[in-house]
Design a protein around this ligand. Structure first.
Ligand SMILES: C[S@@+](CC[C@H](N)C(=O)[O-])C[C@H]1O[C@@H](n2cnc3c(N)ncnc32)[C@H](O)[C@@H]1O
Length: 351
C-alpha cells in the first residue's frame, strides 16, 4: 500500500482527512483518505509509490495543522500470527532498505493505548532482528529514514518511514512535558509546547531572549505569562480576571484589567500571545490587526474550533489572518497535544 500515514488527536480524523485531501488535490496528486472516527490516525492512499513520495514532499510536516506525525506508508499487515510477527514484517520491507532508528508505536486512541506494552516488547524483539538483517544501523543515525511500526491490534500493523528532518521528533508525535508545581494553569503547557513544536532550536534561541517585551491577551490565571517570564521576557498581561500572586512577584509582569480586543501597546512589542476564548474569526481578525499596525513582531495565538466544519473554519481563519496582516509572514499552525478543541498559531516575519 502506498500513501501517507498521519497521527492525530482522537476524534479529529475527519479534520486531518479533509486537510490531507485538500492539500493533495492542490498538489495535483490523486488519492483518497481512509479514516474512521476515533482511530487516532488517517491514511491517505495514493496510486503508486512515486505519488506517495511526491505527496510526502508536497506536504511538509511543518505545514500540517491536524497531524501530530507524518509518515510515508510502506505496508499494511493484517491477520499476522501473534506467535511470529517478525517473519511477515521482515518480508514486507522493501529490498535494500536501511534505516537509522526504529519506533514501535500505537495510535493515541482508546483502542491503541492498551497496545503500549506489546509495542515495547515487540520493539525489543524487532530491533536486534532488524540489525541482523542489515536494515537497522548499529547506532542511531538521523541521516537515514526512521522505521515506524504502528500497531493497530495484536495481529494488524502499519509499516511506515519518517524523514527525521520532516517529522515530529517525539514518539506518537507527543512531547512529554511536565507541569511544574508553580505553573498557574495547565494552559502553560500549551505555550511551552507551541515554542517547542512551532519554532526550531535556533529560532527559539534567537527569538526568545531575556529582556524582550510581550503582551498576553486573556492572561488569567497567568500560565502563559508565567512561561514568558521563565524566558525572562517583560510581560503586559491583559485580563479582567486575577493573576496568581507569584507570577506578579517575578517583577516582570504588569497586569492590566482591560479588554484584550481593544487594548494596544504604546510601543511595538517583540511578542504578543493570546488565549482569549472567542469566535475564531474574531480572534484571527484582531491578531491580523496587531501585525498590520506593527504592534508586535511575532505572535502565538489560539483559535477555538467550532463544533462543525472545523477544517473549513481553520482554513478560513488562517487565510483571513494572512490576508489582513498586510505583510509577508511565516505562519505555522498546529493542533498541539495539549490543545483540545483548538489550534495554536505562530506568526513571525517571513524569512
Ligand atoms: C483560557 S483562559 C486563559 C488561560 C491562560 N492562557 C493561562 O495560561 O492561564 C481565557 C482567558 O481569557 C480571558 N478573556 C476572554 N475574553 C477577554 C477579553 N475580551 N479581554 C481580556 N480577557 C479576556 C478570560 O477572562 C480568561 O481568563
Amino acid at each position: 500500500m502506498n500513501g501517507l500515514l498521519g497521527y492525530c488527536r482522537q476524534g479529529f480524523e475527519p479534520e486531518l482527512a479533509a486537510e490531507l485531501g485538500e492539500r493533495a488535490a492542490a498538489a495535483g496528486i490523486a488519492g483518497y483518505p481512509r479514516a474512521s472516527r476515533d482511530d487516532g490516525y488517517v491514511l491517505f492512499v495514493t496510486g503508486d509509490e512515486a505519488d506517495a513520495r511526491a505527496l510526502d514532499r508536497a506536504l511538509p510536516f511543518r505545514d500540517l495543522v491536524f497531524a501530530r506525525q507524518k509518515l510515508r506508508l510502506l505496508a499494511e499487515l493484517r491477520g499476522i500470527d501473534p506467535k511470529d510477527r517478525l517473519t511477515p514484517l521482515l518480508a514486507a520491507l522493501p529490498e535494500g532498505l536501511r534505516v537509522g532508528d526504529l519506533w514501535v508505536e500505537h495510535p493515541d486512541s482508546d483502542a491503541g493505548k492498551p497496545l503500549s506494552g506489546l509495542a515495547r516488547s515487540f520493539g525489543n524483539a524487532l530491533r536486534p532482528a532488524l540489525r541482523k538483517a542489515g536494515v537497522l544501523s548499529a547506532r542511531e543515525d538521523a541521516r537515514l529514514p526512521r522505521l515506524h511500526v504502528c500497531l493497530l491490534a495484536g495481529d494488524h500493523l502499519l509499516l511506515a518511514l519518517a524523514d527525521p528532518r520532516d517529522s515530529s521528533p517525539w514518539p506518537l508525535g507527543i512531547p512529554r512535558l511536565k507541569l511544574l508545581p508553580d505553573a498557574p494553569s495547565r494552559s502553560a503547557l500549551k505555550l511551552e509546547e507551541a515554542f517547542l513544536a512551532l519554532l526550531g532550536p535556533e529560532e527559539r534561541e534567537r527569538q526568545l531572549k531575556p529582556g524582550m517585551t510581550a503582551a498576553d491577551l486573556g492572561a488569567a490565571p497567568g500560565g502563559w505569562t508565567w512561561v514568558l517570564t521563565r524566558h525572562h521576557l517583560r510581560v503586559t498581561s491583559v485580563d479582567n480576571g486575577p493573576l496568581r500572586q507569584h507570577v506578579l512577584d517575578t517583577g516582570l509582569v504588569e497586569h492590566l484589567r482591560a479588554d484584550g480586543f481593544h487594548w494596544k501597546p504604546a510601543q511595538p512589542l517583540d511578542w504578543m500571545v493570546c488565549d482569549m476564548v472567542e469566535q475564531p474569526s474574531r480572534v484571527a481578525a484582531r491578531m491580523a490587526q496587531w501585525f498590520a499596525e506593527g504592534w508586535c513582531r511575532q505572535a502565538v495565538f489560539n483559535l477555538k474550533l467550532p463544533m462543525k466544519k472545523r477544517w473549513q473554519e481553520t482554513r478560513l481563519c488562517l487565510d483571513l489572518f494572512a490576508a489582513q496582516a498586510g505583510k509577508p509572514l511565516t505562519i505555522r499552525a498546529r493542533q498541539l497535544y495539549h490543545d483540545r478543541e483548538e489550534i495554536t498559531v505562530l506568526a513571525m516575519p517571513a524569512g
